[in-house]
Structures are given as structure tokens and as C-alpha cells.
Write a protein that binds this ligand. Structure first.
Ligand SMILES: *[C@@H]1O[C@H](CO)[C@@H](O)[C@H](O)[C@H]1NC(C)=O
Ligand SMILES: *[C@@H]1O[C@H](CO)[C@@H](O)[C@H](O)[C@H]1NC(C)=O
Ligand SMILES: *[C@@H]1O[C@H](CO)[C@@H](O)[C@H](O)[C@H]1NC(C)=O
Ligand SMILES: *[C@@H]1O[C@H](CO)[C@@H](O)[C@H](O)[C@H]1NC(C)=O
Ligand SMILES: *[C@@H]1O[C@H](CO)[C@@H](O)[C@H](O)[C@H]1NC(C)=O
Ligand SMILES: *[C@@H]1O[C@H](CO)[C@@H](O)[C@H](O)[C@H]1NC(C)=O
Ligand SMILES: *[C@@H]1O[C@H](CO)[C@@H](O)[C@H](O)[C@H]1NC(C)=O
Ligand SMILES: *[C@@H]1O[C@H](CO)[C@@H](O)[C@H](O)[C@H]1NC(C)=O
Ligand SMILES: *[C@@H]1O[C@H](CO)[C@@H](O)[C@H](O)[C@H]1NC(C)=O
Length: 786
């Protein structure tokens, strides 16, 4: 698998890292003597810092530029994942002071921040513990370095094919100064002296009894080859000097594996050929040690971390688990998804022996990176229904990713999260460099939406969570979205309904989610105002709602009239808060038996039960009473009462038409009372007057004999004859009295004056009207002296 991203530790001297702006001073964090180099690390305190190094020695101050570093054995790199700047310096660097195996290195650190340049000096004196191998080759990220012990015993003489060619030039041109030629594909460059070679970027030196050669990669004299299928870059320099008749000649071959590394199946892999170059590595008994960040690990540690070194054919394959200890990881947000990659600063040491038991030690510094690996965060629904709280867990959040905002059903909450608004957001940090968040939102939190779910017969609480996650230090935002819901018991409220003598009592116990519904009487929402208007008796406390609807108030429906009484039905509707749809209806029918009643129906029937005690007192019999039309008798009668039911404009009714109202009037006569003489001279009436008054506006067919049709029931009135009539307070003002022609009309007299009476008025809503419109029915009963 090829590398998808090419990570390189560039020679960056300017960096912009978003670090916290506290007032830490810049400092050289640490300087260490390592096996073959000095290591210094600088912690960056500010964003936008410009960092430079200078090498200092007796000869002066030498700015370490990219080119100079590659020639002189310095490697400065930014470790972007840790916010550190690292300087590695070879012990054989150009400005090392060396005496008796002691190496002194002296540097300046230059930091420019906000236009201010600050220079810090630091130095290190090192005495490398391990003895140098006869030949040491270092493959740094920016240069190759070879050092040879000055005196190598040559027990065997190697006679290569090109030996004669190689010898020819030095022999003929050599002067006593050291000269160098570069060998490339069997050809030699022109000899040049060492200062000339330095101008071309090569460094030759004699230090600590060792001959040092250093070259940047990609020099014109370098060549690429392949060893065991691994690309290798080689620079082959031959240094020679003619001392009288002897030519001293030293082959300096720098060869490094140029394998880019690969990623497969969770492992980062890097290959080194067993033999980099015939002149570099011996083929006997190679030994490989692996480490990271410039330090070799002991075998058990390496094994425990899962580092693997395998030899296949003539290749050493090094594999490191992508998330092994020692690597750096970084989150990256790309096109809405979260990825991560790991970077390893691999450090490999390869020791090989040649047939003369001369060992060569090769050291490789190599930066390897995995491709972008998907690193999804996930959410988990951890809601416990009984708690009535949404609990949503956001897990596997890498440590360089922070939750910076949360949208709960579109309501934005940003860091710092405070618990005051009813929900909580908690963070837990784990040892494995992840952290997680738990968001808790109670079902009754104002952001949670609810809906009555008919198929589940439950309330569906819904919460959409949109997490804003921020990748640090770039402050790149991305979003993670989840929706949760929970179903809770959501039967509409239930009513208990009881009959009383004077009406119907409804009772409902409050539940916390009853706000999902409202109660209505017909189409009107039940409010304290409506209750007052319709004279309902409503008590609403924190526990329960009690609605007492007295008989004859608006909303009643009546049926089954008989002498025993009638059924009064009242209906309470429970409607969905959102849609106003009726969810349930609570209908209660109660038998009522008042002494008298009159009902004026919408379809034009007058039903009346009239108390005829006074008729009885006068010797009459209720069963023998009749209406204005003497053929219209009672449907039922007992000893004192009679029940009549007849179409409004039949049985001799008279019709009185006012501006806004029409009144149908009839009379209950008794054969006895018809013969009676009333004391009042103005009294022309000798019976009980029955009246039904309708609003004209609601009437559809006023004069139709066949069909009567009113939106509302009429107002009924029973007027008993009185001994001492007084002025009657007529409920309706008439300005005209009409008489319908034909046999139905008997009486054309105006209302008689009546004594003060007792009233009961009731309103109700009537269902199933022919017109479809529901209206109030009014029934008014007047008692006289009862
Ligand atoms: C090396 O650094 C120390 C302080 O760390 C300082 O005292 C000393 O003078 C320095 N030596 C040189 C040669 O700059
Ligand atoms: C090195 O060679 C160059 C050109 O051939 C010459 O100019 C220079 O003087 C030589 N340097 C030394 C130290 O011999
Ligand atoms: C080793 O070489 C043999 C023969 O050239 C080849 O078949 C085999 O695949 C190689 N093994 C590896 C791991 O490259
Ligand atoms: C919010 O509440 C949780 C759980 O009770 C607690 O862990 C957290 O510290 C609280 N956060 C704040 C900012 O008070
Ligand atoms: C990290 O640790 C936590 C707690 O032990 C665990 O739940 C989580 O799965 C771990 N994550 C990874 C990526 O290993
Ligand atoms: C989450 O919020 C961001 C920013 O407001 C918005 O762009 C994105 O579309 C939201 N995602 C979802 C799934 O609602
Ligand atoms: C979340 O958890 C609750 C409670 O266990 C459950 O009722 C609900 O179906 C779950 N799923 C979603 C998507 O909310
Ligand atoms: C209805 O009657 C039942 C049984 O008599 C009684 O327990 C209940 O309290 C009554 N409810 C109301 C609202 O009057
Ligand atoms: C009864 O009181 C509760 C508050 O205690 C209120 O939410 C509800 O709307 C009231 N019901 C009516 C019908 O007024």
C-alpha cells in the first residue's frame, strides 16, 4: 500500500503553531548527548514564532541554513504533532570542538516573536560512551555521513575490476594535498581539492582520529540503485593523497536506503537491504536494532511494543504497529469526516561484519507516516426510559479533538458548558488518549420536542444533537449528528364522570405531560373564562381539574323524555395540542327528573312536561288536558303531570315574529279549566302557556309546514295562569304578532301579563343536527308559585 500522504520533516525554520498564549519564556527544553549526535529540543511558547539556530565556535557564528545543515551535519526539524523544534547535531558537525574524545557543541537559538529577536545560547559537552565502530554510516533525514577510523588494518587486498581505472587518475594527478574523485557508474569525476569539494556541498574532515565524509542527498555525483529490490542512494568518493612515491587512497562510500515506507494491515513498514553497497556493508552476521525518536529500544521493549524485524531474502523489513508507543498521532478533518495519521521517527541501527571482522555500524533516521486512517467518533444512546432523561454518549474522541458546541434541536450551546440550563454535558478523559462526552437532556427540557404518536399510543420525545467538534491546534470544525427519541406513556388524560342531582361532575388528575392536550367543550377550549361564561363550576389545582356542569347549561343534550324525566348528556373532548384533533371524548349521560321541563328542539319539536297540580286542584285530570288543538292530547300523563311532544307549528300553535326572534306559542287546556272563570278581566287565557323562541338568524325554514330546521334550539317557556297577574318580564321583545293561517292557528292574543317567576336556563351543544351546525339550545322553564 502506497503512502497516501507524504509526510516529511521539512527543514522548517518558520512555524505557526497555535499554542496557548501564556507568558512562558522560550527555552531550550532539553539538551542530551546521544550515541552519535547531540539532541536539543525547544518548546515553542507562542504562535507565529520564527526559530533559527546558529552554530558557534572559535571561528565565529554560523547560521544554520537548510543547505548548511545538510553539509555540516545538523538536522533541525519541527515536530508538528508535539509543538517542539528539534535540533540534532552530528558529533562530527562542522563546528564541533573535539579533543581527546570529548565533543563540545555550542549553539544559539534565535526566536523572533512579534518582531523581537531573542538569542539564547546553549552548549553541550559530550563524551560518547560507546566506542566508534571502524566504519560508521549515518543516514540522517537530510544528509549521509561516513566516518572511518584513521587506521584500518588491511589484511586482505581487494582487487576490484575498476581498481586500475581508479588508480590511474590519482596516480597521475595527485599532489601531496588531499584530492577527491567521485565514482559514478564506472566513471570518475575530475579530481578536486577538499575546499573545492566543500563548495559543492561535500564535507571532508579529520576529527577524533576519524576521517569524516558528509554529503547531502541528491548531489550530482550521487547515484540511485536498487539492492534486493530496495532503492538506495549512493555517493562514492575516493580520497587520495600522494606522499612521495606512495599514493594513499581511501574509499568513502555513503549509501542509504531510500525506501519511502509503506502501510499495510495496521503496520508501517520500512525496508533496508541487507547489503546497501558492496563497499559498505559486510554480508556476514548483520544485527538490527530498532527504536523511535532517536533512541534504540531494548529488545523486550521493542517486542512489547510490537516492533518487528524480519529478514526476507536479502531485505530487512521493519514493521511497527501504526499506533505503537513512540509514535505521534494527529487528527485531521477532511470533507466532514475525521481521520488520523501516525508519524514515527524511526531509528534503526544495523551492524554488519565483513570477512575481516571489521564491523560497520549504520544508523538510519527515518520519518514514516501512515496514510489517513478513518477515525470515526460515535454516539451511543444510553437513555434509560425510567429516568426520563436523554443520555447520549459521544465516544472515541481523540485527545486533539474537543467538543466546542452542541446544538440541541437547533438551540446552540457553546463552551464552557454550564449546567444551569437544565441539561448537562460531562467529559471523561481516558488513559488511552481518548475522551468522551455525555450529554443529558431531560425529556421535559424546553428544547425537546414531543409528539403524540398514534401508532405507538405514546408520546414521542425527540432530540436532535449536532455536535461541533474542533480539531486542535488548527481549530478546524466538523459536525457529528445524531437523533434520539423515546416513547413514554401517552394516553390522553382520563376523566372520571359522576352524576349529581343538579348536573354532571368530571374529574381529571393532572399528569406532567398533559400539556400535550387541551380540553374543549364542543369546539371551544375550556378556559376559566369559558367556564365562567357558561356558568360551569371549575376547580383547577395542582392535583386535579374538577369540572361541574349544572343541568341546562350550554353543552347538554337531552333525550328519552318521559314522565320520569329525561337523559342529559354532556361531552368533554380531549384534543391534541398541536393539531387540535379530537383524541378522546368523554361522554356522560345522567338521568334527571325535574318537576317540569320544556325542550324546543332544532328540528321543530316542542317537548314539555308540565305540572298540572292546580288543574287537579280544580278537579281536572292531566290525562284529559289538550293543546290549543283539542285533538292534541298528552303523550303521557300521571296524577299531576302531563307530557306533550308535538311539532312546533302544529296543534294550534301561534307564531309571533319579532325582529330577531320568532316565538311559537301553544296552551295546555283542561276541559275543566276551559270552563273556569279567571278573576282577572284582562286574562283571556285559561291554560298553561307554552313558548318556544328561536333566533331568526339561525332558522332555515320558517314557514315550512313540512320541515323545521334551526341551528339552535329554541328557548322554552311555560306560563301558568295566575290568580293575580302582574307585568311579565318578557325575555324577548316582539313588535308584531303573526298568525299563521289555517286550522293550526287558534289564538291571536298577545302575551298575558304574568306574575314573577323562577328561572332555570341551560345551554348545550347538540350533536347530529340535520344542518351540521351545532348551536346552543336554550330551554327556559318558568315556574309559577311552585
Ligand atoms: C555553556 O553554557 C553554560 C551555561 O549553560 C555557560 O556557563 C558556558 O559559558 C557556556 N560555554 C560556552 C563555551 O559558551
Ligand atoms: C583548490 O582548487 C582550486 C581550483 O582548482 C584552487 O583555486 C584552490 O587554490 C585550491 N585550494 C587549495 C587549498 O589548494
Ligand atoms: C524471496 O525471493 C524469492 C525468490 O526470488 C521470492 O519468490 C520470494 O517471494 C521472496 N520473498 C520475499 C518475502 O520477498
Ligand atoms: C455539570 O454536571 C455534571 C454532572 O453533575 C458535573 O460532572 C459537571 O462538572 C457539571 N459542570 C459544570 C460546568 O458545572
Ligand atoms: C479508550 O478507553 C475507554 C475507557 O476504557 C474505552 O471505552 C475506549 O473504547 C478506548 N478507546 C480506544 C480507541 O481504545
Ligand atoms: C450541524 O450544524 C452545522 C452548523 O450549524 C450545520 O452546518 C450542519 O448542517 C448541521 N448538521 C446537521 C446534520 O444538522
Ligand atoms: C434510545 O434509547 C431509548 C431508551 O432505551 C429507546 O427507547 C430508543 O428507542 C432508543 N433509540 C433511539 C434511536 O433513540
Ligand atoms: C365519583 O363516584 C365515585 C364512587 O362513588 C367516587 O369515589 C368519586 O370520588 C366520585 N368522583 C367525583 C369526581 O365526584
Ligand atoms: C389547570 O391548571 C394547569 C396548571 O396547574 C394548567 O396547565 C391548565 O391549563 C389548567 N387547565 C385549564 C383547563 O385551565
Amino acid at each position: 500500500m502506497a503512502f497516501e500522504i507524504c509526510f516529511s520533516v521539512a527543514m522548517l525554520f518558520s512555524l505557526w503553531l497555535a499554542a496557548e498564549c501564556d507568558d512562558l519564556p522560550f527555552e531550550v527544553h532539553q539538551v542530551e548527548c546521544r550515541d552519535h549526535y547531540v539532541w536539543a529540543v525547544v518548546e515553542l511558547a507562542f504562535a507565529g514564532e520564527d526559530v533559527h539556530f546558529e552554530a558557534v565556535d572559535e571561528t565565529g557564528i554560523h547560521p544554520i541554513t537548510e543547505e548548511y545543515a545538510a553539509m555540516c551535519g545538523y538536522t533541525a526539524s519541527v515536530l508538528p504533532l508535539s509543538g517542539l523544534v528539534e535540533l540534532r547535531s552530528s558529533y562530527f558537525s562542522c563546528h564541533t570542538e573535539n579533543k581527546d574524545g570529548v565533543f563540545k557543541l555550542n549553539f544559539n537559538l534565535l526566536v523572533t516573536h512579534d518582531g523581537h529577536l531573542v538569542r539564547y545560547n546553549f552548549n553541550k559537552t559530550c563524551t560518547p560512551a560507546a566506542a566508534w565502530s571502524p566504519r560508521e554510516i549515518t543516514c540522517e533525514v537530510n544528509y549521509m555521513e561516513v566516518s572511518l577510523r584513521n587506521e584500518v588494518t588491511c589484511s586482505s587486498v581487494k582487487m576490484a575490476d575498476d581498481w586500475n581505472d581508479a588508480l590511474r587518475a590519482p596516480y597521475t594527478s595527485a599532489v601531496s594535498d588531499w584530492q577527491v574523485v567521485f565514482q559514478r557508474a564506472g566513471e570518475q569525476s575530475m579530481p578536486m581539492n577538499v575546499s573545492e569539494a566543500r563548495k559543492q556541498g561535500y564535507w571532508f574532515d579529520l576529527m577524533d582520529e576519524r576521517l569524516v565524509f558528509r554529503t547531502p542527498y541528491g548531489q550530482p555525483d550521487s547515484f540511485s540503485t536498487e539492492m534486493s529490490g530496495v532503492p538506495v542512494e549512493v555517493v562514492h568518493a575516493t580520497l587520495f593523497s600522494r606522499q612521495s612515491w606512495v599514493v594513499i587512497m581511501v574509499d568513502l562510500v555513503a549509501a542509504c536506503s531510500m525506501d519511502e515506507g509503506s502501510y499495510d494491515n495496521g503496520y508501517i513498514m520500512w525496508d533496508i537491504p541487507d547489503m546497501l553497497h558492496p563497499l559498505v556493508s559486510g554480508i556476514y552476521d548483520t544485527q538490527v536494532n530498532v527504536g523511535v525518536n532517536g533512541k534504540l529500544e531494548e529488545q523486550p521493549v521493542a517486542e512489547q511494543r510490537g516492533y518487528m524485524v524480519e529478514k526476507h531474502n536479502a531485505t530487512v523489513m521493519i514493521s511497527i504497529p501504526y499506533n505503537a508507543e513512540g509514535g505521534y498521532r494527529k487528527s485531521l478533518h477532511l470533507m466532514g469526516d475525521l481521520y488520523e495519521y501516525y508519524v514515527f521517527h524511526l531509528y534503526v541501527e544495523q551492524i554488519s561484519m565483513d570477512e575481516d571482522d571489521v564491523n560497520t555500524r549504520l544508523r538510519f533516521q527515518k520519518t514514516l507516516a501512515t496514510p489517513l486512517l478513518p477515525r470515526p467518533v460515535f454516539t451511543e444512546n444510553r437513555t434509560v426510559l425510567e429516568d426520563r432523561v436523554f443520555t447520549v454518549y459521544l465516544g472515541d474522541v481523540p485527545e486533539d479533538v474537543k467538543l466546542t458546541a452542541v446544538q440541541l434541536n437547533g438551540h446552540m450551546y457553546i463552551v464552557p458548558f454550564i449546567n444551569s440550563s437544565g441539561h448537562t454535558i460531562t467529559e471523561v478523559v481516558h488513559d488511552n488518549h481518548t475522551h468522551d462526552y455525555t450529554v443529558q437532556v431531560p425529556f421535559d427540557h424546553h428544547v425537546v420536542t414531543e409528539q403524540f404518536s398514534r401508532e405507538d399510543e405514546a408520546i414521542k420525545h425527540m432530540l436532535d444533537i449536532n455536535f461541533t467538534l474542533t480539531v486542535l491546534p488548527e481549530n478546524e470544525h466538523f459536525y457529528h449528528h445524531t437523533s434520539v427519541y423515546a416513547l413514554t406513556d401517552a394516553s390522553p388524560p382520563e376523566f372520571e364522570a359522576n352524576c349529581s342531582e343538579t348536573g354532571i361532575i368530571f374529574k381529571m388528575d393532572h399528569r406532567p405531560f398533559d400539556y400535550l392536550w387541551f380540553i374543549s367543550i364542543g369546539s371551544e377550549r375550556l378556559t376559566p373564562e369559558l367556564a365562567a361564561e357558561h356558568k360551569y363550576n371549575m376547580r383547577n389545582d395542582s392535583q386535579s381539574l374538577v369540572l361541574e356542569v349544572p343541568l341546562f347549561t350550554d353543552g347538554y343534550q337531552y333525550k328519552d323524555f318521559s314522565l320520569k324525566g329525561f337523559l342529559g348528556t354532556f361531552e368533554v373532548l380531549v384534543r391534541d395540542h398541536g393539531t387540535s384533533d379530537v383524541q378522546t371524548q368523554v361522554t356522560k349521560s345522567c338521568p334527571f327528573s325535574p318537576k317540569e321541563f320544556i325542550a324546543c328542539s332544532t328540528d321543530g319539536m316542542m317537548t314539555v312536561m308540565v305540572d298540572l297540580s292546580w288543574v287537579v286542584a280544580l278537579g281536572g285530570i292531566p290525562a284529559r288536558t289538550n293543546l290549543a288543538d283539542k285533538y292534541c292530547g298528552p303523550k303521557e300523563a300521571d296524577d299531576t303531570r302531563a307530557l306533550f311532544s308535538f311539532p312546533l307549528n302544529s296543534c294550534g300553535s301561534i307564531i309571533k315574529l319579532g325582529k330577531e326572534y320568532v316565538t311559537y306559542e301553544n296552551v295546555v287546556f283542561s276541559t275543566k279549566t276551559q270552563a273556569l272563570k279567571y278573576p282577572s278581566d284582562s286574562s283571556n287565557i285559561q291554560g298553561v302557556k307554552l313558548q318556544c323562541t328561536y333566533a331568526l338568524a339561525g332558522l332555515h325554514r320558517l314557514f315550512s309546514v313540512y320541515k323545521f330546521d334551526s341551528d339552535t334550539e329554541g328557548v322554552g317557556q311555560i306560563v301558568h295562569p295566575a290568580q293575580s297577574p302582574e307585568v311579565q318580564q318578557e325575555p324577548i321583545g316582539f313588535n308584531e304578532v303573526l298568525q299563521t293561517p289555517g286550522p293550526a292557528v287558534r289564538h291571536t292574543r298577545p302575551f298575558v301579563k304574568q306574575p314573577p317567576s323562577q328561572h332555570i336556563r341551560v345551554s348545550s351543544l347538540v350533536k347530529n343536527l340535520p344542518k351540521g351546525t351545532r348551536g346552543a339550545t336554550q330551554l327556559q322553564v318558568r315556574y309559577n308559585g311552585l
